[in-house]
Design a protein around this ligand. Sequence first.
Ligand code: ADP
Ligand code: MG
Length: 138
Amino acid sequence: MVKITNSPEETYEFAREFAENAKPGDIICLDGDLGVGKTVFTQGFAAGLGITEPVNSPTFTILQIYDEGRLPMYHFDVYRIASPEEMDELGYEEYFFGEGVCLIEWSTLIEELIPEDAIHVLIEKDLKQGFDYRRITY
Ligand code: ADP
Ligand code: MG
């Protein structure tokens, strides 16, 4: 399915609603170029789970855990990962196969670790349609 948004607020709102369907063990892969809105999506999703603390992507932190929502949320940003072994060091399996929801920015960098039943969300720009246009395929 495809959702078009024309502002960060619309992407946030879409993700907030998306979170209503989240179940324990869901893995949501967020892909698309730098600055497309993967973190904005994650922020809206967090709000949808009832997380009130601020969500961002610190440059050198691969995993952030948010426990206050309807489900635990594990926010991975693997942009700076050097190799999939770093995921082992993090003990990623506990999160991927746990009772929370994983959101993984730049999931294609750890493609070999992503389970087959993961949910994929791809965000793309199309500058011909305007600077804030985003096409979200899910
Ligand atoms: P990423 O995590 O994919 O690198 P961010 O979510 O950090 O990207 O940043 C997305 C940037 O794009 C923000 O500055 C946001 O304000 C801007 N933006 C403009 N239009 C949109 C839109 N339709 N959806 C999401 N973000 C948008
Ligand atoms: Mg980001």
